[in-house]
Design a protein around this ligand. Structure first.
Ligand code: PGA
Length: 243
């Protein structure tokens, strides 16, 4: 595990974007595992700036997103499909046929999860996986549980996750209760894993996840065992550890 400390959100975002840009430069047809949420918005903004300056070419890049709400249309502004287009894909030259997000419109959970695992397998896995960190230690929507779940699967969201995501919806009732998420295998098999964390509210879970035991009750803790895991955080998120 490599820990990179940033002064603030902007610096965290710049450093993460630099590593993603390096990955694309090294391997123009790389497979990026991408994440949604508040944390990566700044990273995507930096990537768009690099693209607009002519420093980055996404034309050969493929993307596989971590997760999607179950039972949501792509046109719904709260869908992760929409989020990714709004925050990144519409602003760079990635090919639409190389964009992959679990299909929230498909209510057949078993079929959709199998399809998504095959998509990842057919690519030969992920070169670089970007992750945020949930307040309960989730990665993607791999929520705390009695065991790490390996395959893409359908999850019931934790109450704390519904609370955290309610800010994006008009009311708590509108937050979907289920989601499809990439499992721990695809994340752990990514050749490089990059997590970004910022803010005081993440400080406690950063300590638990990366300075505590590796347990499925804290899903992100499994990353301690990844051979190329980079954690970039701001001072607030690292305030409970010695980084
Ligand atoms: P956030 O979410 O980036 O909105 O804090 C992180 C996550 O739940 O993975």
């Amino acid at each position: 595990m490599r820990i990179i400390k940033a002064a603030d959100y902007e610096e965290m975002s710049r450093k993460a974007a630099d590593l993603i840009a390096a990955q694309i430069l090294m391997k123009p047809d790389c497979v990026l595992g991408l994440a949604t949420g508040g944390t990566p918005v700044g990273t995507y903004r930096c990537l768009i700036e690099k693209y607009q300056r002519g420093d980055l070419d996404f034309s050969q890049v493929s993307s596989v997103n971590l997760d999607e709400y179950r039972g949501i249309d792509r046109e719904n502004p709260q869908s992760y499909w929409y989020f990714m287009h709004d925050n990144l894909f519409h602003h760079v030259n990635i090919s639409p046929e190389r964009i992959n997000v679990p299909d929230g419109r498909n209510l057949d959970a078993a079929a959709e999860c199998r399809r998504y695992d095959r998509v990842i397998e057919n690519y030969g896995g992920i070169d670089l996986q970007l992750l945020g960190l949930g307040l309960d230690g989730h990665i993607g929507f791999n929520e705390p549980g009695p065991a790490f779940v390996m395959d893409t699967h359908c999850v019931d969201l934790e109450e704390s996750t519904i609370d955290a995501n309610q800010r994006f919806f008009e009311s708590r009732e509108q937050v979907p209760r289920q989601a499809y998420t990439m499992g721990i295998r695809a994340i752990m098999q990514a050749r490089k894993v990059l997590m970004i964390v910022n803010g005081k509210n993440k400080a406690e879970i950063v300590r638990k996840a990366f300075f505590g035991p590796v347990v499925p009750e804290v899903p992100a803790s499994v990353l301690q065992m990844h051979p190329d895991f980079i954690l970039i955080g701001d001072e607030e998120a690292f305030s409970e550890i010695e980084a």
